[in-house]
Design a protein. Structure first.
Length: 95
């Protein structure tokens, strides 16, 4: 499945580890969640909490839209950092 991931308006698709995206679609007006793992290969840095995240299929269908709730940084050797990122959808704005 082909997709693109933008964070804060910047395409970060190449930074997200293939197979790490997990989207939980909850019913009954609860917050949907998304998580993924990111290596800063593009040099754009680790995204800040509250950055907007949008995941779009090649067809143009948005499959997730929301904000970063938390990042967990993992040191991976000299100068290399990996981030485990957790997001919540836009329903958060209604709470």
């Amino acid at each position: 499945m082909s997709y693109s991931i933008t964070i804060g308006g910047t395409d970060r698709t190449g930074d997200v580890i293939t197979g790490s995206i997990a989207i939980e679609d909850v019913v009954n007006d609860k917050q949907n969640t998304c998580s993924f793992v990111l290596d800063d290969l593009s040099g754009n840095g680790i995204p800040a909490t509250d950055s907007e995240v949008v995941i779009t299929l090649a067809s143009g269908t948005i499959i997730f839209g929301g904000y970063i709730l938390s990042t967990n940084l993992i040191k991976r050797g000299v100068g290399a950092v990996r981030a485990e990122i957790s997001c919540v959808d836009y329903v958060r704005l209604l709470d």
